[in-house]
Ligand binder design. Structure first.
Ligand code: ZN
Length: 318
């Protein structure tokens, strides 16, 4: 039987400064800003989407940059690290690049076979990894400031910090088509496909403090499902497991349902079949401020309320 959940879709986090967020993810990491829109629930706040060239599911990192938002605390019950995939031979390139831009990072460490990672944080303290590996066959994306052969390919996976792994593992394996792929110590890796980009790592950290929301923390983790029909089947399956799932919500570029997993992380299941080219041409993604149709009448006021942001690619050349 085909999987109803096909992998990761996006990660959405909170930030405190839109320009610094753009500089970090599009400038330094070289992701493409594939959509510049607003928080549909708070129109004076951007919703910025970064990804590969088209913003495919499994590459999309999104932010609500509330200007001046207080810092959150990373901890248990949160997605604490988002890992991006780079080619196996690109680690030296990235170590030099991070040094050039003054970003502190850990020394390279090996986690599983032929999987070497470094950890660092964005301007708000959000946990990011670059994982050098040879299993990821996807192409990267570059604006030109990073050689294409070293470019980020999308997510490698995500790390959830949990009290224990069992209940979340039960949800992933029984209701969301994941399998336990490998485990080591307090680390348990799940995936519906076994492919780079789809890994959900659960780290059991019972002695860690619980996380608190705020800038530098992840708001939710979205999994991918093919279309509306399959999404409804997933929803039924979750409801039958006793999860409280929202109705389907229209997020313009995908349709979404949300529920909280047993460890406390907000999960979403989002559809794959709409995408970011629905309201602007693929060659101009992210250039204009896009509003949902019901907010167009307020465009002038919304634009006045948002800070101006620009990507100056030349500032981020090696
Ligand atoms: Zn989302």
């Amino acid at each position: 039987m085909e999987n109803k959940i096909t992998g990761l879709h996006h990660v959405t986090a909170l930030a405190s400064d839109a320009q610094k967020n753009l500089d970090f993810y599009a400038g330094i990491l070289g992701l493409r800003m594939v959509k510049k829109t607003i928080n549909f629930d708070a129109p004076d706040v951007y919703h910025l989407y970064y990804g590969n060239e088209t913003g495919e599911p499994g590459t999309i990192m999104t932010f609500f940059p509330y200007q001046g938002l207080h810092r959150g605390r990373k901890g248990k019950g949160q997605l604490t690290t988002t890992a991006f995939s780079i080619p196996i031979n690109s680690l030296d390139y990235w170590l030099q690049r991070l040094k050039k831009f003054g970003i502190e990072h850990t020394q390279p460490q090996e986690r599983f076979d032929k999987e070497i990672f470094i950890y660092f944080e964005d301007n708000d303290g959000l946990g990011v990894e670059l994982v050098a590996n040879e299993i990821d066959t996807r192409a990267g994306f570059s604006y030109g400031q990073i050689p294409l052969e070293h470019a980020v390919k999308g997510f490698f996976g995500v790390v959830l910090s949990e009290e224990g792994y069992e209940r979340t593992a039960g949800l992933l394996t029984e209701k969301m088509d994941h399998q336990l792929i490998v485990e080591k110590g307090n680390l348990f890796r799940f995936s519906p496909t076994g492919k780079a980009g789809d890994f959900v790592d659960i780290v059991c950290e019972p002695d860690t403090m619980r996380g608190l929301g705020g800038s530098g923390t992840v708001h939710h983790l979205a999994f991918a499902t093919p279309n509306d029909q399959v999404q409804l089947e997933v929803r039924e399956k979750l409801l039958s497991g006793g999860f409280q799932v929202t109705p389907v919500l229209d997020r313009q570029y995908f349709h979404s349902i949300y529920f909280r997993e047993p460890g406390g992380v907000l999960f979403e299941v989002a559809t794959n079949d709409i995408g970011f080219a629905i309201d602007e041409s693929p060659t101009h993604l992210g250039e204009a401020l896009k509003l949902p149709q019901w907010e167009e009448v307020n465009r002038a006021e919304i634009e006045r309320g948002l800070v101006e942001i620009n990507l100056e690619v030349d500032k981020f050349r090696d």
